[in-house]
Design a protein around this ligand. Structure first.
Ligand code: AMP
Length: 435
C-alpha cells in the first residue's frame, strides 16, 4: 500500500520513519516534508494546507492511507475532502477536529457528558467585564484561554485579578490572538501532575497507545516560557495501571461515546492532556492528532505496524488489533535554536548529526533543518532536532539520548537537561527502596 504523511516537522519525520520500516507500506510519501525525510520517504511539494492539491495527489497516485500530522489541515476539513472522494485518511473530520480547534466546544461536550474537567465559563467579544467577574469568583490562580487554535500559545495562567484582566483584555479587546481569541474560556486552575494520554479510535473502540509526558517550558525545572514542547518520554509513571483504567473509563471511553452521540464520526488520534489531581484525572485539553514531540517518543516504542493500526481505525476494526510495544522507556530531547521560543535565528551550521545517529538505540528526527547541496545541515526553525533513544529504564534512555545530543553542535543550540526527571526520580526511589 502507498502511504502519505501530511506535514513537515519532527512528528512527521517520526511517522515517515516508522512507515518506512513497515512492510505493509510499499511506498511512503510526505507532503511537503523536509530534506531530512528524503531518506525515509519521497517528498511531494504540496503544502499541508492545500487540501485540494493533497486529495488530487492521493487520488492520482492511488494512495491507500493518508496520515495527517498537524491540526490545521484537520480543522480545515482535509478529512471531509478525502472522504468525499473515497480516499482513506486517518484523522477526524472538521466537526471532530473542533475538539482541538474550539476549547468552548470541548468544554461543553465534556461537561454535558459528565467527564471530569476544570470548572469554566465561556465569553464572547462584548463580555470582558463578565469574564473578569467570573475569574474573581473562581479565585486565583485562574486560567484564561483563547477558544481557537493558537499554536500552543493561547493559554495564560494568571496569578492575580490584574493578570487575569490583562489576559482577558488582550484576547477579547486588543485581539492579540486574532480570530482564535474572539471567544475565550476562563477556567479553574488545577493542581497536579500532567500526562499525555493518546488513544486511537474508530468511533466506537478506543485503543490506548503507550502513555507519555512532555516538557512544555523552555528551561530546566519547568521554568521559563511555554514552548511547543522541549522533550518527551514514554511511559509516564504517573499513569499507574489503576490510573490508566480510570482514565479509560472516566475520560476516553465517555468522550468517544459523547462524540458519537453528537453525530461525529471520529476516526483518528484522541489525545487527552490529563491533569492527575488529588480528585482523580481531569481533562486539560484535547488534541486531535499525535503530539509533537510525544509522537517521536511513542514511535520509538511501537514495534508493530502503523499501517495496520491507522487502517483499522479508518475501517472500524480497532477491536481486532493489538499493537506491540517495546517494554522499556523512550526519551526525546528537543534541541532548539537560539532565541526559541521567541524570535529564532536560522541558518546556523549543524555538526555531529551523523555521529549521534550511529549511537546505539538512537534516532534523530528533524523538526527545523535545511540541507545544502553538499549535505551540510543548518537550522531552519525553532525546534530543530528531536534526539531520541530507547533503553530498558528511563536512566538508560536518557543517558543514551543525552550522549547523542552532546555530539551535536550549532551556535546558540539549547536544550533541557532534565527530560524525564519525574521518571528518573521514581526509578531512584525504587532502587533505594529495593536496597
Ligand atoms: P492547554 O493548551 O489547554 O493544554 O494548556 C497548556 C498548558 O497550560 C497545559 O499543559 C497546562 O500546563 C496549563 N493549563 C491549562 N489549563 C490549566 C488548568 N485549568 N489548570 C492548570 N494548568 C492548566
Amino acid at each position: 500500500m502507498k502511504v502519505l504523511v501530511v506535514g513537515s516537522g519532527g512528528r512527521e519525520h517520526a511517522l515517515a520513519w516508522k512507515l518506512a520500516n513497515d512492510p505493509a507500506a510499499t511506498r511512503v510519501y510526505v507532503a511537503p516534508g523536509s530534506e531530512a525525510m528524503t531518506e525515509v520517504a519521497e517528498r511531494v511539494s504540496i503544502e499541508a494546507m492545500d487540501l485540494q492539491g493533497l486529495a488530487d495527489f492521493a487520488a492520482r497516485e492511488s494512495i491507500g492511507l493518508t496520515i495527517v500530522g498537524p491540526e490545521a489541515p484537520l480543522a480545515a476539513g482535509i478529512v471531509d475532502q478525502f472522504r468525499a472522494r473515497g480516499l482513506r485518511i486517518f484523522g477526524p473530520d472538521r466537526e471532530g477536529a473542533q475538539l482541538e480547534a474550539s476549547k468552548a466546544f470541548t468544554k461543553r461536550l465534556l461537561i454535558d457528558a459528565g467527564i471530569p474537567t476544570a470548572a469554566y465559563g465561556e465569553f464572547g467579544e462584548s463580555q470582558a467585564g463578565e469574564a473578569s467577574r467570573f475569574a474573581r469568583d473562581l479565585g486565583f490562580p485562574v486560567v484564561v484561554k483563547a477558544d481557537g487554535l493558537a499554536a500552543g500559545k493561547g493559554v495564560v495562567i494568571c496569578a492575580s485579578a490584574e493578570e487575569a484582566d490583562a489576559a482577558i483584555a488582550d484576547m477579547l479587546v486588543a485581539g492579540s490572538f486574532g480570530e482564535a481569541g474572539r471567544r475565550i474560556v476562563v477556567e479553574e486552575f488545577m493542581q497536579g501532575e500532567e500526562a499525555s494520554f493518546m488513544a486511537i479510535t474508530d468511533g466506537r473502540t478506543a485503543l490506548p497507545l503507550v502513555t507519555s509526558q512532555d516538557h512544555k517550558t523552555v528551561l530546566d525545572g519547568d521554568r521559563g516560557p511555554n514552548t511547543g514542547g522541549m522533550g518527551a518520554y514514554s511511559p509516564a509513571p504517573v499513569v499507574t495501571p489503576d490510573m490508566h483504567e480510570r482514565i479509560m473509563a472516566t475520560i476516553i471511553e465517555p468522550t468517544v461515546a459523547a462524540l458519537r452521540r453528537a453525530g461525529i464520526d471520529y476516526r483518528g488520534v484522541l489525545y487527552a492532556g490529563i491533569m492527575v489531581t488529588s480528585d482523580g484525572p481531569k481533562v486539560l485539553e484535547y488534541n486531535v492528532r499525535f503530539g509533537d514531540p510525544e509522537c517521536q517518543a511513542i514511535m520509538m516504542r511501537l514495534r508493530s505496524g502503523l499501517v495496520e493500526l491507522a487502517g483499522a481505525a479508518i475501517d472500524g476494526r480497532l477491536g481486532h488489533v493489538r499493537p506491540q510495544w517495546e517494554p522499556g522507556t523512550s526519551a526525546c530531547i528537543v534541541m532548539a535554536a537560539e532565541g526559541y521560543p521567541g524570535k529564532v535565528r536560522s541558518g546556523d551550521a549543524i555538526d555531529g548529526v551523523d555521529e549521534a545517529r550511529r549511537m546505539p538505540g538512537v534516532q534523530v528526527f528533524h523538526g527545523g533543518t535545511r540541507c545544502d547541496n553538499q549535505g551540510r545541515w543548518s537550522t531552519a526553525g525553532g525546534r530543530v532536532l528531536g534526539v531520541c533513544a530507547v533503553g530498558t529504564t528511563a536512566a538508560e534512555a536518557t543517558e543514551r539520548a543525552y550522549a547523542a545530543a552532546s555530539k551535536i553542535h550549532w551556535k546558540g543550540a539549547h536544550y533541557r537537561r532534565d527530560i524525564a526527571w519525574r521518571a528518573l526520580q521514581r526509578e531512584r526511589g525504587e532502587k533505594k527502596g529495593a536496597s
